[in-house]
Design a protein around this ligand. Structure first.
Ligand code: GDP
Length: 196
């Protein structure tokens, strides 16, 4: 797949705000600061499309982007797991994310982002378990891999696979928004998601 156009459509906090129509959707989810905005911008080749911010937890909305003039929508779900956010806000986020993933009929697949340098958090594992429980087609992407040597990544890859634990049916793609590593592989998976 080649992405030639990417446009912001709308932000939503609840199903009433989701865009109408029935375009296939691929959602991106991960803890805040994992590199989700940077990945989306890199994949669509638009520097400022998804906001990148050094203040984690600021994006509290579901953002929809139209890709290739109605080929499909990319859905940027709010990052989870930011410790400084009050509990009631965190619960609201959880409900927003779960509400979208559970109810959205045109959802074709989910990209779960995990920091390549760290062991998946309890929330990463919970999210992955949940996606499996609901049989949502999933790909796991390990972000910021440019920060690791090949040797370190080989070790971390094993840690991530074991700790999730990664199912045989799911790919783990190493990604860097700095170098573009993993971009073509991920585009191929997105293509498979929307054509299934
Ligand atoms: P988000 O909160 O998940 O959307 O994360 P951002 O995309 O805003 O990234 C969080 C921080 O990590 C920023 O300072 C980014 O510059 C940095 N970052 C994101 N992706 C990469 C990457 O692939 N490599 C490196 N070295 N830094 C990255």
């Amino acid at each position: 797949m080649k992405i030639v156009a990417a446009e912001f459509v709308t932000s939503a906090v609840n199903p009433g705000g989701y865009p109408p129509g029935n375009l296939p959707e691929v959602a991106f989810v991960g803890r805040s600061n994992v590199g989700k905005s940077s990945l989306i911008n890199k994949v669509v080749n638009r520097k400022g499309l998804a906001k990148t911010s050094s203040t984690p937890g600021r994006t509290q909305l579901i953002n929809f982007f139209n890709i290739n003039n109605d080929q499909f929508l990319m859905v940027d779900l709010p990052g989870y797991g930011y410790a400084k956010v009050p509990t009631d806000v965190r619960i609201k986020w959880g409900k927003m994310i779960e509400g979208y993933l559970k109810e959205r009929e045109c959802l074709k697949g989910v990209v779960l982002l995990i920091d390549s340098r760290h062991t998946p958090t309890a929330q990463d594992k919970q999210m992955y378990e949940w996606l499996q429980y609901y049989h949502v087609p999933t790909v796991v992407v390990a972000t910021k891999v440019d920060k690791l040597s090949n040797n370190q990544w080989a070790k971390q890859q094993a840690v991530i696979k074991k700790s999730l634990p990664l199912s045989k049916e799911h790919q783990l793609i190493s990604f860097s928004a700095e170098t573009g590593r993993g971009k073509e592989k991920l585009l191929k998976v997105l293509d498979e998601f929307i054509h299934k």
